[in-house]
Design a protein around this ligand. Structure first.
Ligand code: HEM
Length: 190
């Protein structure tokens, strides 16, 4: 058995995952609330609270990741692009065995890097909507509040779709790797 996810990484994963889901769901609710009923005030409170907690957690996760030089595991390299056809074949059931990767497969690397960039773009956009007077300059530069709102909405749809894909693959690809997100340990082949 080898350690795959140290305790702080697991803590950050399980703290940020529900916050990320809450942010996307409450954000989409706020964009198009139901015509009757619903509690806009409560949802806005949940949304801003999740945003503050997610920002703090994300900053701490980045700090921890930089200390551990995690970008080496997450940023896709040319060999990941070369390995992508073999990996895609496996994903599409055209090959029975998953090619061996050091830790994450090319899909995970692209996704985790993409999410990091998304958070760096979406959090500032969200703060522009939260305090439009304070951020009047960037809002003007981006083409006005409606443009910022529309950009954030479309990025939220992309986030929702990729989170759904991540959860589907996490629950179906390897019980051993799923367990390792709780216990930290992984036995190869499980
Ligand atoms: C029920 C929901 C979720 C489940 C079951 C789940 C499961 C997992 C598992 C099993 C891994 C480890 C994969 C491996 O070792 O190869 C992982 C990694 C990861 N997940 Fe999730 N996940 C969930 C939700 C989320 C959400 C909502 C996000 C983002 C907002 C997220 C972000 C990540 C990231 C960035 C990693 C990389 C590992 C790390 O933090 O070092 N996950 N997830």
């Amino acid at each position: 058995m080898q350690s795959r996810h140290p305790l702080p990484a697991r803590f950050f994963h399980w703290a940020l995952a529900p916050l990320g889901i809450a942010l996307v769901v409450s954000g989409l609710y706020i964009t198009r609330p139901p015509r009757s009923g619903g509690s806009m005030r409560a949802v806005r409170t949940i949304h801003s609270l999740s945003a503050f907690l997610f920002t703090a957690g994300f900053a701490a996760r980045m700090y921890y990741g930089v200390l551990r030089r995690e970008w080496r595991m997450i940023i896709p390299e040319p060999r990941d692009i070369l390995a992508s056809p073999g990996f895609l074949k496996y994903l599409l059931y055209l090959s029975p065995r998953e090619p061996h990767f050091r830790k994450y497969n090319p899909g995970q690397k692209f996704l985790y890097s993409f999410w990091t960039l998304l958070a760096m773009v979406m959090l500032p956009l969200g703060y522009c909507l939260y305090a439009p007077k304070l951020f009047a300059r960037p809002v003007k530069w981006l083409g006005g509040l409606n443009r910022v709102r529309s950009l954030l909405y479309h990025l939220s749809l992309l986030t929702a779709a990729t989170i759904a894909g991540h959860i589907y693959l996490a629950l179906t690809s390897s019980i051993g790797k799923l367990k390792s997100m709780f216990t930290g340990y992984y036995t190869r082949g499980s």
